[in-house]
Design a protein around this ligand. Structure first.
Ligand SMILES: [Zn+2]
Length: 323
């Protein structure tokens, strides 16, 4: 039985030469990163949402693990800025991501993603703007448009070594995004999932069908894994992947019953019990998940700004108005 590290901010060893950098409470923008070090070399799994946070992380890593001063490779598990925006601080490293992730990052750099558009000019976007500003824009030193894109891409699998350590990158998406890749150390039995796994945080469903994410969970459940560093939330064991799969299948079932009964997403969100996830961060994400599921059931598409506004209302309701 492995002893998992506590969910406290900073660097934790999770296996031989394998580290997790954690940011409680794991909610919006508070992502985890990873470090693999061996024989004087080092690989970084993801950077953070802004340069100050990434700088602080790199300094903490160097203090505990001297090889972190020579990070030759950065893997971006997916395109989202809370896992990639700090790439700019590692100009000497080779950044690797799946081709699908690189394509998504390119679109973001060109200003084509909705969240980026809203965050840049949030006052023009009503309640959706207020929401994204509250959960991200006001809390991080966001940069737009000049992100360092990965120079090295891969389609399905990519193998590399850090010293003598074998590291496998496996594209497991579409799940949370189109290009999600996980970083697997088969000998150490350590897995860095990026946002394919959220632990004690409601998963953030984007425009990918929930059924695809369930399939990705099923695939991971067949692997030999001792420790998982999720994209957000505490370090976990494989059972947490099963729990996330069950979370999605539960919502699928509950949402279908409400959809068939003619309920709107807002009504379904209030009816479906989230008792099993009490205390998890970002409960309002249930709105995005239900919209995605309703879309899979054939409901007409809802304006994404309206979805964000609805999530904002639920967040205020869950947490009470800000004083
Ligand atoms: Zn993400």
């Amino acid at each position: 039985m492995t002893t998992l590290p506590p969910f406290t901010a900073g660097l934790h060893e999770v296996g031989d030469g394998c580290y997790a950098y954690l940011q409680p409470d794991g909610g919006w923008g508070l992502s985890n990163a990873g470090l693999v070090a061996a024989d004087g070399g080092a690989l970084l799994v993801d950077t953070l949402f802004d340069l100050p946070r990434t700088r602080e992380m790199l300094q903490a890593m160097k203090r505990s693990v001297p090889a972190a001063g020579r990070i030759a490779t950065v893997v971006n598990t997916h395109s989202h800025p809370d896992h990639t925006a700090g790439n700019a601080l590692l100009p000497e490293a080779t950044v690797i991501a799946s081709h699908a992730t690189i394509e998504e990052m390119r679109r973001m750099a060109d200003g084509e993603d909705l969240y980026g558009k809203i965050l840049r000019d949030w006052r023009s976007y009503g309640e959706a703007g207020a929401y994204l500003h509250e959960i991200m824009g006001s809390r991080f030193a966001l940069t737009f448009g000049h992100r360092a894109l990965p120079a090295q891409g891969f389609d399905e699998d990519y193998e590399l070594h850090v010293g003598t350590k074998l590291v496998r990158l496996v594209k497991i998406g579409p799940a949370h995004t189109r290009g999600d890749a996980v970083v697997y150390l088969p000998r150490e039995r350590v897995l860095y999932t990026g946002d394919v796994l959220f632990n004690e945080v409601h998963p953030a469903v984007t425009d990918i069908p929930v059924s695809a994410w369930i399939a990705a969970c099923e695939r991971l459940l067949t692997w030999d894994i001792e420790v998982i560093v999720p994209g957000h939330g505490p370090v976990a064991e494989l059972a947490v992947v099963r729990r996330q799969r069950d979370y999605f299948t539960y919502l699928q079932r509950e949402a279908k019953a409400r959809f068939d009964a003619g309920l709107q997403v807002w009504e379904a969100a209030h009816e479906i019990s989230l008792e099993a996830c009490r205390g998890w961060a970002d409960e309002e994400r249930i709105i995005m998940t239900l919209h995605s599921l309703y879309g899979e059931f054939g409901a007409p598409r809802v304006d994404p700004l309206e979805v964000l506004a609805m999530a904002h209302r639920l967040r205020r309701k869950s947490r009470g108005p800000k004083s």
